[in-house]
Design a protein around this ligand. Structure first.
Ligand code: ADP
Ligand code: MG
Length: 316
């Protein structure tokens, strides 16, 4: 791009991020957007930030980043059982590079359009590190949101899709079969909505099964047992067995849904899996007791696990 023709802040927003909303009363361009919530719905609001050097490498693919910045937020809404409606996008960028902005916007809007999500505003500022923040708003019928605190003794523990692929891709970029799991995760939007009234509790797996299940256990004040062999994982782990356990139990970034439900819902959940074309696997059970996660192997022996990822504790 010719540096003499660099876009200013307002041209940048108009060119790449100003699209007519489907549902919002007013989108990008004024001092605030206007939304009209339907009666009887609760608004779920969440935000997630991606920072260069922390969450992605300086040379990371811009289109994939646009997808991922939105996907991680839609995943949080899905984990609440909320349908995504509107998002705000704030960008810190070293310069107005069209060669980065065009693919970033393409990745972002292709996912937004798939779920009918309006981009209704944001902020744009210069910053030495690329920083991407999304705020997402979703709707859920009053009283039907899925809380982390809803797990009950006797519940089954379920997980969607496969776990460990994203963490494997981070450690072994040359294993291309799992690259998409890390760079372009699929938020389980339909599943989240369909779990309303079926699941007792839910969380999305962003920091690893062990750590994220512990969040449910702590919020619900219950214990859990997970059978390691039942956890669904990509077949490619057979080539790198030494990485399997850590990635499957403690690897982050998969953005699958982990949820608990009464055993009476097993048939309904199996039917739902078939309808969505998405594996739903029962991996364990909730018990009465202080928050504690026991993972066991096929012989019933305890499997060690290091918990989940924590930005202020463990090196990644
Ligand atoms: P203000 O100074 O009143 O906060 P701005 O000049 O920052 O407004 O933004 C102008 C309009 O552009 C607002 O509607 C804002 O929401 C929108 N906007 C700014 N940056 C972005 C972005 N990255 N994506 C989408 N909308 C944006
Ligand atoms: Mg502003």
């Amino acid at each position: 791009m010719d540096p003499g023709a660099a876009l200013n802040e307002f041209q940048l927003v108009r060119r790449f991020f100003d699209r007519a909303p489907n549902r919002a009363v007013l989108g990008v361009g004024d001092d605030a957007a206007l939304l009209r919530p339907d009666a009887g719905l609760e608004l779920a609001v969440t935000t997630d930030m991606l920072v260069e050097g922390r969450h992605f490498a300086p040379g990371a693919d811009a289109r994939a980043l646009g997808h991922k910045a939105l996907a991680v937020n839609l995943s949080d809404l899905a984990a609440m059982g909320a349908a995504p409606r509107s998002v705000l996008l704030s960008l810190g960028l070293p310069s107005a590079e069209e060669a980065w902005l065009a693919p970033f916007a393409a990745g972002f809007f292709s996912l937004a359009e798939r779920f009918g999500v309006d981009l209704v505003g944001g902020d744009t500022t210069r910053s030495s590190l690329r920083t991407i923040n999304v705020v997402a708003l979703g709707e859920v019928p009053a009283g039907l949101a899925l809380y982390r605190s809803g797990a009950r003794a006797g519940d089954d523990v379920w997980v969607s899709g496969e776990l460990g692929g994203a963490a494997l891709a981070l450690r072994r970029p040359e294993i291309t079969q799992v690259a998409k799991r890390l760079h372009e995760p699929e938020p389980r939007v339909e599943l989240g909505e369909r779990l309303r009234g079926l699941a007792h509790s839910a969380i999305d797996v962003s920091d690893g099964l062990a750590g994220d299940l512990m969040h449910i256990l702590e919020r619900s004040q219950v214990a859990a047992t997970v059978e390691y062999e039942r956890i669904p994982r990509p077949g490619v782990f057979s080539k790198v067995p030494e990485l399997e356990r850590e990635c499957v139990l403690s690897g982050g970034d998969d953005y699958e849904l982990l949820f608990t439900a009464a055993p009476a819902q097993r048939a309904a959940l199996e039917k739902l899996a078939a309808e969505l074309g998405l594996a739903l696997t029962r991996v364990g059970a909730i018990h009465a007791g202080a928050p504690r996660l026991a993972v066991r192997d096929a012989a019933g022996k305890p499997v060690e696990h290091g918990g989940g990822y924590d930005h202020f504790r463990e090196p990644r």
